[in-house]
Design a binder for this molecule. Structure first.
Ligand code: ZN
Length: 385
């Protein structure tokens, strides 16, 4: 038996594989994650429905699909997580620094979950990297507020290319505000990865929309061919209501919540609702929090778990996206170091002193495809995605 066959066998035996199917070895490999948050069962139900329907289909399967179960213990209990958020800790695997949990006494349950998932991802890549056309990863989630379906992606051109196949709003550059996600980890390994948010946690429609997304994704990747009538049926399921344009958005403001027990969102906000600057949004330790900028409210927190209170997003003009796609492959990168206040950290990263570089710095680096994070009040770090 070949080494890759042995690895494949081991993968199939893993109890974290919810289902898998393989056809042509030289096709794409699609890896789905479902239930990374234990209170979000819709993705798992959609994966089960997909698996059942694929079993009874006689159409050609041009590649391989794996569905990976997320936070198993949290799913059993129906909670978002036990000790720490399984979708916020992945930075530990991207750094060469000592892993903070390894010597500690209080190792969170999620560390073991993440380690198992990481090993499984490694094994899947090893088993297919010689023969497969490409690897694509998708992470299925739902939200605590009422919502239409949408896609979350780290803003790389490769991610945009898959995401734009779907008729839903797309939110770019989430990695600047939310760190340590599984998608960022996968992107940093060099593979395409997008997140699909299907709607509210317990809305039956979230299951239907997740399943529609999966069929359309398989079709777009050439894994499984859909008929035109099926494509329109699934796209119909995904459409947002007319008040939410199916275009690109970027995050303008992020409200981080220290302790969700003391945070209360004012009721009635639906994801993507428009808000004006100054609109009362939430209470934190009794203090009223108003919208710091105008835009659309994004992922308002209607549960006592998690640290992202809400975000405010805005549409990104189409021309800006085209311009940025053009500039990312250009020579301009070589000249960034000459901008005032900009210094080189290494070939991929720059440090920006904001007291010297006030004008449009963030915008310029975004346009060129850099992830911009705030190191402190006066310093930005820009890293090439
Ligand atoms: Zn989630």
């Amino acid at each position: 038996m070949q080494k890759t066959d042995l690895i494949s066998k081991k993968i199939e035996q893993s109890n974290r594989i919810r289902f898998s199917k393989s056809g042509a070895k030289d096709g794409p490999v699609l890896v789905l994650f479902a239930g990374i948050h234990g209170n979000e069962p819709a993705g798992l139900k959609a994966v089960d429905a997909l698996s059942e329907r694929l079993d009874s289909s006689s159409r050609a399967f041009n590649g391989t699909i794996y569905a990976v179960t997320g936070n198993k213990k949290a799913l059993e209990l129906g909670v978002r997580y036990l000790d720490t958020d399984l979708n916020r800790l992945w930075e530990i695997f991207n750094t060469t620094k000592e892993r903070p949990f390894l010597n500690g006494v209080n190792v969170p349950a999620e560390y073991h979950e993440s380690l198992e998932i990481k090993k499984l991802v490694d094994a899947i890549i090893e088993a297919h990297e010689e023969s497969a056309k490409e690897f694509i990863f998708a992470d299925l989630h739902t939200t605590s507020s009422q919502s239409c379906a949408f896609i979350l992606l780290n803003d790389t051109l490769e991610n945009r290319e898959i995401a734009r196949q779907f008729p839903v709003p797309q939110v770019l550059g989430i990695e600047e505000n939310i760190h340590g996600t599984l998608l960022s980890y996968i992107n940093n390994l060099g593979y395409k990865a997008i997140g699909f948010e299907a709607g509210a946690h317990n809305d039956e429609k979230s299951i239907e929309r997740s399943e529609a997304f999966l069929w359309l994704l398989m079709n777009a990747l050439g894994l499984y061919e859909l008929k035109d009538s099926e494509i329109s049926k699934f796209e119909e399921r995904l459409h947002a209501h007319p008040g939410v344009p199916e275009t690109y958005y970027e995050v303008r403001n992020h409200k981080y919540v220290e302790d969700p027990d003391f945070f209360e969102m004012i009721s009635g906000f639906e994801n993507f609702d428009t808000v004006k600057k100054g609109t009362p949004l939430a209470y934190e330790e009794g203090m009223l929090i108003k919208a710091p900028v105008s835009g659309r409210i994004f992922m308002p927190l209607y549960q006592k778990e998690g640290h992202d209170g809400f975000m405010i997003i805005r549409e990104v003009p189409e021309f800006w996206l085209k311009l940025s796609a053009y500039l990312r492959s250009s020579f301009i990168h070589n000249y960034l170091k000459y901008l005032p206040g900009v210094s080189v950290i290494n070939s991929q990263s720059y440090r920006v002193n904001r007291t010297l570089a006030r004008f449009l710095v963030k915008e310029i680096f975004h346009l060129l495809g850099y992830r911009v994070t705030e190191k402190d009040e006066n310093t930005l770090v820009c890293h090439k995605r």
